[in-house]
Design a protein around this ligand. Structure first.
Ligand SMILES: [Mg+2]
Length: 315
């Protein structure tokens, strides 16, 4: 029942979408309406070659590299993040060209040696609720799925995973909502019905969480019918999560979903990556266009890491 394709679908679904968004990061929607992204491109905003993925994927690989040992070691994940930040480990081409403010500050907190635990290093003020933990939380969810962790166990894993950089309750809750959607997609394999069930259960599980109101629209009946102008695609975690789910609900395959996410503009790589993780889980690894996978830089390296995790988690 556990398949390597489930890891690859989510990891590569996320990474490919990240790479699609990189060349147009920060572009506004109006510009992308006139000149929409339709295929993998190079250069643009960050002047990097076609198939280059960004911090979203690098930070995810830093976590997967540690979690793929089968152990949960937050200090080791943080050391991996330091090695990404300081020397370009886990990057497409050795260069770190995009670091979020909160992620950078948390990694520097860890490097300062002033914090007792890695999970204490994340920023916990209300202004630190960007999408920087949401965009790298899926390896933790994959481990929870493959190790069949119970609710309280996976919740702790997701909360701690977020807290490495983003420790505010809103960020932790956003990651848990994303995790529930991914877990239901992987377990039940019922596509959009699995996502709807997850969003219904969010209201049950987290109904008493004061932060849930920031994600209220996701569970509303008419959410998927909202017009595009009601969907924001900036770097705020609630906006990113809404945009990703809206793209998933309003499209019918992987390709259409991630292109729609990219073409919303602004935080294109992250909105697409977050949507791409969900779409990869929903439609499967085989739904990711081969021509995109084939130009993804270091695809084999990412796939090897997926294979290592699969072998370890299914022992
Ligand atoms: Mg990025």
């Amino acid at each position: 029942m556990y398949k390597i394709e489930d890891i690859k679908g989510v990891m590569l679904g996320h990474a490919v979408a990240d790479a699609l968004g990189v060349p147009v990061e920060f572009c506004d929607r109006e510009l992308l309406k006139r000149k929409p992204v339709k295929d993998m491109m190079g250069f643009g905003t960050h002047k990097v070659p076609k198939g280059t993925w960004s911090d979203d994927t690098s930070m995810s690989l830093a976590a997967l590299d540690s979690l793929s040992s089968g152990r949960i070691n937050y200090e080791e994940i943080m050391r991996n993040l330091v090695n990404w930040y300081m020397r370009g480990d886990y990057t497409a081409d050795g260069e770190v060209f995009d670091v979020g403010r909160t992620c950078g500050a948390a990694i520097e907190n860890f490097m300062s040696g002033l914090y007792n635990k890695a999970t204490d290093c994340g920023l916990s003020d209300v202004g630190s609720n960007g999408n920087g933990s949401l965009m790298r939380i899926h390896p933790f969810v994959l481990m929870a799925y493959f190790k069949n962790l119970q609710l309280s166990e996976w919740e702790a894993l997701i909360e701690n995973g977020s807290s490495l950089t983003h420790a505010h309750e809103r960020s932790k809750l956003g990651c848990k909502i994303y995790a529930l959607m991914l877990l239901y997609l992987l377990k039940d394999k019922k596509g959009k019905s699995s996502v709807r069930k997850a969003l219904d259960d969010v209201a049950i599980f987290y109904g008493d969480n004061a932060e849930l109101r920031h994600y209220g629209r996701l569970s509303e009946k008419g959410f998927s019918e909202l017009s595009e102008d009601k969907i924001s695609s900036g770097g705020y975690i609630a906006d990113t999560l809404e945009a990703a789910v809206w793209c998933l609900f309003t499209t019918s395959d992987y390709k259409e979903c991630v292109l729609k996410a990219v073409n919303l503009g602004k935080d294109t790589d992250t909105v697409a990556a977050v949507a791409g993780g969900l779409a990869g889980a929903m439609y499967g690894y085989e739904a990711i266009p081969a021509k995109w996978l084939n130009v993804l830089i270091k695809k084999d390296y990412i796939e090897k890491m997926c294979e290592k995790a699969f072998a370890e988690w299914t022992k």
